[in-house]
Design a protein around this ligand. Structure first.
Ligand SMILES: [Zn+2]
Length: 260
């Protein structure tokens, strides 16, 4: 789905272990193609096809930004790197606090041995060739981060991509702000359910209090459109809705604390 000239939102259904759409984003200009998050393991082919459909080639992708370490965001990164064209250089970028998890020097928060065992079991339900692909990814999951990102940093391509560090979902969770278009790529800091925008999903959030507090940072930005990795695009008076979410989440945290 084309959001603006130079901003396309992909939509991928049917993932290993999940039955929801995910929405990686592609940002591009004349010189650069930037992929933001890479789907679940096994999504290489569909990402390639969706880029082909919008007349972009996966072999021209020059940067991949991960919003955070989770396996549903870095899932097909290793496949993209393994399948890159001979002359293609891909720079992998992620926040410095999630870098060790993405590189495997720390065990990713959700990618525990027990969880990987579960995934291997699910892999067994696929066709032989798909099983091979998925097992290969699980065996070679970790990837070197070429550039560690910091809060407030602006990647000076495609009209400027600003890094907003919003820890909580994971320590190095980030949103990206495209100033030129007033678009926020929220990653998992926000979610959309049944058309409405909500805060981070408590079940999947490492530190909910920190995640809620991080949201207030987003109110410093004028946001016309939000893209949530789980849920897609939301553009109904975003800043006002953000204030509502923050007030609601803070009340909920206070109630929980009082009950403790
Ligand atoms: Zn996610």
């Amino acid at each position: 789905m084309k959001l603006k000239n130079g901003v396309e939102v992909l939509k991928i259904f049917n993932s290993l272990g999940a039955r929801n759409n995910i929405y990686p984003t592609v940002i591009y200009d004349k010189k650069n193609i930037v992929l933001v998050d890479t789907g679940y393991p096994g999504h290489y082919q569909i990402i390639k096809e969706q880029l082909d459909n919008i007349k972009l080639s996966i072999n021209d992708v020059s940067k991949i930004i991960l919003t955070h370490q989770d396996w549903d965001h870095m899932g097909s990164l290793v496949s993209i790197l393994e399948n890159k064209a001979e002359a293609q250089q891909i720079e992998v970028l992620a926040h410095e606090a999630d870098k060790p998890y993405i590189e495997g020097s720390k065990t990713p928060l959700k990618f525990t041995d027990e969880f990987v065992k579960k995934l291997r079991k699910m892999v067994g339900e696929y066709s032989m060739s798909k099983q091979q692909e998925l097992n290969h990814i699980l065996d070679n999951f970790y990837v070197k981060v070429d550039k560690a990102l910091k809060d407030g940093e602006v990647i000076d391509i495609c009209g400027g991509i600003e890094v907003i560090h919003v820890p909580g979902h994971t320590p190095g969770n980030i949103c990206l702000y495209l100033k030129k278009h007033k678009i926020l790529l929220a990653g998992d800091a926000l979610n959309i359910t049944n058309g409405q925008l909500y805060g981070p999903d408590a079940i999947y959030t490492h530190d909910m209090e920190q995640a809620v507090n991080s949201l207030s940072k987003l109110t410093n930005y004028q946001i016309k459109t939000v893209v949530c990795y789980h849920g897609g695009v939301y553009d109904n008076n975003v800043n006002k809705r953000l204030e509502e979410i923050i007030t609601g989440e803070l009340n909920e945290l206070a109630t929980k604390k009082a009950l403790r």
